[in-house]
Design a protein around this ligand. Structure first.
Ligand SMILES: Nc1ncnc2c1ncn2[C@@H]1O[C@H](COP(=O)(O)OP(=O)(O)O)[C@@H](O)[C@H]1O
Ligand SMILES: [Mg+2]
Length: 387
């Protein structure tokens, strides 16, 4: 293995500003595993990503799509089959993990069970031969920061899940890394603690200016934490964008399905003209702007329409039909505080609608009531049905 002092330097022309915009470059990163039965698995396939200094990136995709393998290659626990990893202008692809100091925080904490909190945190500092004074100082600082003061002498089995996860986070932070990898760090925590810990992580990252790659399968984490989201499927990147971009403009049905909890409806193309695609869903026709439609669509084509639930307006249906609204019947009505969620009949299916609740202004629609639905056609995404 290549040692630190033998690191190759990247040719100048490939990196203009390695300290900032190209802080971490993953170039055509590929990992092929050979199973015991001789089959090859392309766990990560031609993964290309350039991460800026201080950027927060989430990596999301279905189980087995190569998220952990990507992180493990960056940390040095897995050797890429091909491709390069360039960190601060240095090729580190084949460096040992201890030469890169890029910690991974896991969901199963991986704390040393026979060491108390203090010793768990001091471990990495001792490995760096820091004097005891400096260790005491750094551990105390980090305990303050992640709220572990007073429990430094406890052992992992004497800690709650949330505390254990904070120790795992502190153990990574105490080494003052500039880049941290997280692999589904909050999966073991209950919903409330998950929210709390995730805002802690974000606060810490902003305060310390750390660059983060954060793997999750939770779409709300994937959207709420990062500057950019990377969506993976079968080892490949299928979309990279800001949370707004991937949510509002998913590149494929797969992304839309993964990111948005949208309604997916079958439709038939009935017209293509004037930069609009006419699509029929049951007996209703919608004229969708052509830029919201993928593929070379022609009349007669079957398509899948993705409609986000918050873009649908729901109104009580009085004696008279509301012009422009499509009639439906409420089949499910659930009040969640800030939002109400409805399932309303639409043709022979149910469509999910989410509306904000504003006291004195919003009407709550009950099960069995007739309502009118209005659609925001410019927010539709239309994909060819075969995908
Ligand atoms: N050591 C290994 N040997 C063989 N196959 C592996 C190994 N590690 C991971 N894989 C396979 O590589 C693929 C990606 O795995 P992983 O990166 O763990 O996915 P994710 O973290 O997205 O769930 C999966 O098909 C998995 O079975
Ligand atoms: Mg994984």
């Amino acid at each position: 293995m290549q040692r630190k002092n033998q690191r190759a330097t990247v040719p100048v022309q490939t990196i203009q500003d390695p300290k900032n915009t190209q802080y971490l470059v993953l170039q055509n990163l590929t990992k092929v595993f050979r199973n015991t039965n001789g089959h090859e698995v392309r766990a990560v396939d031609d993964f290309c990503l350039t991460v800026g200094k201080g950027e927060f990136i989430t990596l999301i995709g279905p189980s087995g799509c190569g998220k952990s393998t990507t992180l493990r290659m960056i940390a040095g626990f897995e050797r890429p089959t091909s491709g390069e990893i360039i960190h601060e202008g240095q090729i580190i692809t084949h460096d040992d993990p201890q030469d890169r100091s890029i910690p991974i925080v896991f969901q199963n904490y991986a704390l040393f069970p026979h060491m108390n909190v203090f010793e768990n945190l001091a471990y990495g500092l001792r490995a760096r031969y820091l004097p005891q004074d400096a260790i005491n100082h750094d551990v105390a600082m980090i305990c303050q920061m992640v709220n572990l003061v007073g429990i430094e002498n406890r052992f992992p089995h004497e800690l709650s899940d949330g505390q254990q996860q904070r120790v795992a986070l502190a153990r990574a932070l105490v080494l003052k890394p500039k880049l941290i990898l997280f692999d589904e760090p909050l999966s073991n925590l209950d919903a409330r603690l998950r929210l709390q810990t995730r805002s802690e992580i974000k606060r810490m990252q902003q305060m310390l200016g750390i660059t983060v790659l954060y793997v999750t399968h939770d779409q709300s984490e994937a959207l709420s934490l990062p500057d950019r989201v990377v969506i993976m499927n079968r080892g490949r990147i299928v979309q990279i964008g800001t949370p707004e971009q991937v949510y509002h403009d998913p590149a494929s049905l797969f992304v839309s399905d993964f990111i948005s909890n949208a309604n997916f409806l079958d439709a038939i193309v009935v017209s293509v003209k004037d930069h609009q695609v006419g699509i029929a869903i049951y007996e209703h026709t919608f004229k969708v702007p052509a830029e919201r439609c993928d593929g070379n669509l022609e009349p007669g084509d079957r398509v899948m329409v993705s409609i986000n639930p918050e873009t649908i307006e729901i109104r009580a249906h009085g004696e008279q039909a509301l012009p422009g609204y499509i009639k439906g019947v409420v089949e499910l009505s659930s009040f969640n505080g800030p939002l109400s969620e409805y399932k309303v009949t639409f043709g022979d299916t149910l469509i999910r609608v989410v509306q904000p609740n504003i006291r004195g202004r919003t009407m709550i629609h009950r099960v069995g009531q007739e309502v009118g639905l209005a659609f925001e056609v410019a927010t539709f995404r239309v994909f060819p049905a075969q995908w």
